[in-house]
Structure formats: structure tokens, C-alpha cells
Design a protein around this ligand. Structure first.
Ligand SMILES: Cc1cc2nc3c(=O)[nH]c(=O)nc-3n(C[C@H](O)[C@H](O)[C@H](O)COP(=O)(O)OP(=O)(O)OC[C@H]3O[C@@H](n4cnc5c(N)ncnc54)[C@H](O)[C@@H]3O)c2cc1C
Length: 360
């Protein structure tokens, strides 16, 4: 009897699952990809795109084309909810799809309701497919404020600053508001030096609490004027995960075991940002980990249908981070090492382009 695997979301992990599927495969299994967008957008190249170094075609992958080539059903729609008891997903169009196995890779959001006024005022760049359309407002903002002090926030500050420098907007200002150190304790001094050198303003160890029509207000009493504000202060869980009734962690991300399977329902799998690994609850929400989960997820979805042995996902102990600092320079973060230079950018560019070539 034909069995159906529904892949919900065209994120980094599902892209790798699609790559591993061949057109000639088990005819008893039907694969369906439901994606909010026809394209997968590669976040590793967001900074270069914001800076103007890459074109749109260079940072995205046509999921519909891959599906057509590989005989996979492609539905451009948004997953609204899923019902583990009825074993069906409900799409925004109202369509209901029954499944034998469901895999979720729907990423995360950046819409914090903890900061008063931000939800209405921010330029929302996640889910990932929103990013290309939204960056123009940030490039052209006289005062751009980025809330967040992690790798994504720092990298985007460098990129928008660089774009402004090169496009006749030297008098615009980019400001970062970070509730802790810049990236981490080991990177803080390097980032501060670079920010000071480039003229990027920053407030550290201060928390944004409110966004009014004109200012981002911090706990420390700063009133930072803005034309556009972006929140990059951490990933938020899509609400539909918790609404399913399956266990979620304290932030609302769906719990999965080392096989990327939800512990209460062996028919549901999840990976990437939307999943909370019970074996590694502190795993950062990062594309680097999402990509590596693809091989395990691909194997386990098939193995679980065939009742064969499943693989465990073990995250790499240390991830190499190459952070673009604008102007074709980058900072390498690896364990306790911090190194800066043009060579790091060329290395990052090579890795990112090679990654894209695998799928394009
Ligand atoms: C500005 C920025 C820069 C970043 N840079 C890096 C970096 O350089 N390196 C790195 O490792 N990480 C980076 N990250 C983090 C990285 O983006 C995420 O960790 C990564 O995208 C997670 O991959 P994913 O597969 O979970 O989901 P995503 O790649 O986000 O994909 C999820 C997909 O699901 C779709 N979707 C969402 N909801 C639904 C729904 N209900 N139904 C159907 N489809 C849906 C979305 O449109 C999206 O295409 C960055 C993040 C940001 C915000």
C-alpha cells in the first residue's frame, strides 16, 4: 500500500533530504513537500546579499524545480496546523493532507512580544523567504537599529553599514543594542574594535524594552532614535508546534530525540530551528546544525516506514563560524580562536558558493 511522507517547510534540513532522494526510488512511498515559498533562501549568504555582493539567484534554490526533477509533489502553501491523532496536516488554503510520516522543518520567527511595540514597528525578516523583500527598507533607513548581539545581529550590522558606505549614504547610522556581550566573551573585544573603527554605534549589556514611534527605549534609559528597527535577538518558536499537543520545550520548540523523532509520536519528526533536541537542549539555532541533520532525517524517515534501525544525530562538538565584517573581510570563530582578515572572507565565500552548487 502506498505510504505518504509529508515534508513541511523547505528549510536547510529538508533541502538536504531532497538532495538525497533519487528520482528512481521506492514507488510505494509518496513524498510531498509543503513550502511557504517556492524557494529556499540560504541564510549563510544573507549578509553578502544585504551588502550587495550576491544576487538573489545566488542565494536561493528553486525547490519546485528539484521536486519536479525528482518526482516529488510540491505544494506552495503554509502549514497551518497538524493533528497527530488524525494524522493529517491542514494548509492555509484549507487543504488537508493525510500522512504516514510527517517531518517539520519550518524554521523559527523573530517576533518578540516581550518588547512593547516591537511586533508592530519592526521590519520582520523571518521566516527566511521574507528577507529579500525586506532589506531595502533597512538599507535606506537613515537610522537603522538592530536589537540583538549574536552572530546574525553583528553580521547584519556590518553588512548594512557597508552597503550604506558604498551607496552614498555615509551619514546614515547603524546602531546595535545587545543585552549581553557582542557575540560572546571571547569575541567581544574584536567586535568592539571593528565597530569603533567603522563607526557602528552599539550599546552593550542593555536591554531594549520598548519601541515607540521614534525611539527604541532601553532598560538603562537610552532613547535610540530609529527609522527602521530589526530584531535579531534570538529565535522564536512557530505557535503551531505547541498547538499540536505534542511536547515542546520552555520556548515552544517541538521536542525530538536523537533520531529527530518526537518522543510521544513516532510518526512525527522535526529538525532545524523548530526542533528542540532532548539530547542537546543547548544546541544553538543555526543553519550549520540544520544542514547536518539532513542525512539522519533522510535515513530515519525511510527506516521508520520500513521498521529498520534508525540513526542518531550527534552534533559536531565545535562549529566553524565565519562572520562577514563587510568590505570582503571576515572574522573566524572556532573554539577559542578569533582571527580576522580578507582571507577569512574568501574562505567563507568559497564554502558558501560550494554549498549552493550542491543544490542548484
Ligand atoms: C540574518 C540571519 C543571518 C543568519 N546567518 C547564519 C549563518 O551565516 N550561518 C548559520 O549557520 N546560521 C545563520 N542564521 C541562522 C539560520 O538562519 C537558521 O538557523 C537556519 O535557517 C535554520 O534552518 P531551518 O532549516 O531550521 O529553517 P529555515 O532555513 O529558516 O527554513 C524554514 C523554511 O520553512 C518555511 N516555513 C516557515 N513556516 C512555514 C509553514 N508554516 N509552512 C510551510 N513552510 C514554512 C520558511 O519559509 C522557510 O523557507 C542566520 C539567521 C538570520 C536571521
Amino acid at each position: 500500500m502506498m505510504q505518504t511522507i509529508v515534508l513541511a517547510g523547505g528549510g536547510h534540513t529538508h533541502l538536504e533530504v531532497l538532495r538525497r532522494l533519487t528520482a528512481e526510488r521506492d514507488t510505494e512511498v509518496k513524498w510531498i513537500l509543503v513550502s511557504a515559498s517556492r524557494y529556499h533562501y540560504y541564510s549563510g549568504m544573507f549578509s553578502g546579499f544585504a551588502e550587495g555582493l550576491y544576487t538573489l539567484e545566488e542565494i536561493r534554490i528553486d525547490l519546485k524545480k528539484i521536486c519536479t526533477d525528482k518526482n516529488i509533489d510540491f505544494i506552495e502553501d503554509t502549514l497551518q496546523s497538524f493533528d497527530p491523532e488524525k494524522r493529517e496536516v491542514v494548509l492555509s488554503s484549507g487543504e488537508r493532507l493525510p500522512y504516514d510520516r510527517l517531518s517539520l522543518d519550518i524554521g523559527s520567527h523573530t517576533a518578540p512580544d516581550k518588547i512593547e511595540g516591537l511586533t508592530e514597528k519592526q521590519v520582520q525578516i523571518k521566516p527566511a523567504h521574507l528577507f529579500p523583500d525586506r532589506i531595502e527598507a533597512c538599507r535606506k533607513a537613515k537610522e537603522l537599529v538592530i536589537i540583538g548581539g549574536g552572530a546574525a545581529a553583528v553580521e547584519m550590522a556590518f553588512s548594512f553599514h557597508q552597503w550604506k558606505q558604498q551607496n552614498g549614504r555615509k551619514y546614515d547610522r547603524v546602531t546595535v543594542i545587545a543585552s549581553s556581550d557582542l557575540i560572546d566573551q571571547k569575541s567581544d573585544a574584536v567586535i568592539e574594535t571593528l565597530f569603533n573603527h567603522k563607526g557602528i554605534r552599539y550599546f552593550k549589556n542593555d536591554v531594549a524594552v520598548k519601541v515607540t514611534d521614534r525611539y527604541v527605549v532601553t532598560e538603562g534609559g537610552e532613547e535610540v532614535s530609529y527609522n527602521e528597527v530589526i530584531f535579531l535577538g534570538g529565535a522564536q518558536a512557530p505557535e503551531l508546534l505547541g498547538e499540536s499537543g505534542l511536547p515542546v520545550d520552555e520556548k515552544g520548540f517541538i521536542k525530538v530525540n536523537a533520531c529527530l523523532q518526537t518522543p510521544d509520536d513516532s510518526k512525527v519528526f522535526a529538525a532545524g530551528d523548530c526542533a528542540a533536541l532532548t539530547t542537546h537542549p543547548e544546541l544553538p539555532k543555526s543553519g550549520v546544525y540544520a544542514v547536518r541533520q539532513g542525512e539522519v532525517l533522510h535515513h530515519n524517515l525511510m527506516a521508520s516506514l520500513k521498521r529498520e534501525g534508525m540513526k542518531d544525530y550527534t552534533p559536531q562538538r565545535r562549529a566553524l563560524i565565519l562572520l562577514s565584517a563587510g568590505g570582503k573581510q571576515a572574522l573566524m570563530l572556532y573554539g577559542k580562536w578569533r582571527q580576522f582578515g580578507s582571507w577569512a572572507w574568501w574562505w567563507k565565500d568559497y564554502i558558501d558558493r560550494s554549498y549552493m552548487k550542491k543544490y542548484q
